[in-house]
Design a binder for this molecule. Sequence first.
Ligand SMILES: [Zn+2]
Length: 333
Amino acid sequence: MTDITALHRSLLTIDTHIDIPWPEGPDFLAATERRVDLPKMRTGHMVAGCFAAYVPQGPRIAEAQEAAFDRAMAMLKRITTMGGNQAVVCRTVAEIEAAHRAGGTVIIPCVENGHAIGTDLSRLAAFAAAGARYMTITHNGHNALADSSNPRADLGDGLVLHGGLSATGRAAIAEMNRLGLVVDIAHVSKDSMLQAAEVSRTPVVSTHSCLKSLCDNPRNLDDEQLDALRAVGGMVNITAVSGFLRKGAKPNEVTPSDYVDHVDYAVNRIGLAHVGISSDFDGGGGFTGWHDAGESQAITAELVKRGYDAGAIAALWGGNFLRILKTAEDEAA
Ligand SMILES: [Zn+2]
């Protein structure tokens, strides 16, 4: 019998997508109704979390883009200070590994929605300087960089705007590569995703998506997209959003078994090295059995039940994502 608690507590666990309350919200350092706070990370042995400076899509005009940039910078500031002296903000894989060895809790800042740069690529350097390690190219709604998987009719979106990436979007990816910012293809359209995989010098990642073959949802990746991720050395981090895991399912109708069905499918299709774990906690994620970061051991328990060994579980829980971060660091100019 595997000692699941001992195994889980030995892992360098990374949740690759977590939202924060904005502009107001309970303290990260206290045990509150947030699904991820420091006490829950410690209880659930969640070593590291990627916390998103998320900006909603707005009109594709300079004024709205400027406001989005200001919001993203303010959120990055919150993310990098919310842990006080009780969590470590890490910019590199070496720092993450050192913090883990020291028993610390790690905050990895990121930005969700390239609307926050508008068409001004210099803002990417500002994000990198503020500590961000990845940027999600779109959210729901097309932006100046790319088409989204979920067009926003209320913003005047048709099904397609650029036919994938715009010229600015391609230039943004080149600049992200130069800065060591990982390209996150969650939320983008299939054409945008396939083009980003091809254009990016470093492997692209979906930090929080599930699989279309198991649940038909525009946010989920199909087999061709999975194959493209394998081809470029990228990965998909399966996420804990009930409606992405089972069509129409509510959070109380989904369990870790449904979640690991998606992990299994991706591993079987494109290999262990291209799959990881994310929650989208405080942004729509969470289900029975993995309601918050404090219950993260439930995923390890289900992986053990499915026959994954310690090495495989370590790769899924963080090893693979560290490889992606390291490659982006090494290729940065
Ligand atoms: Zn998202």
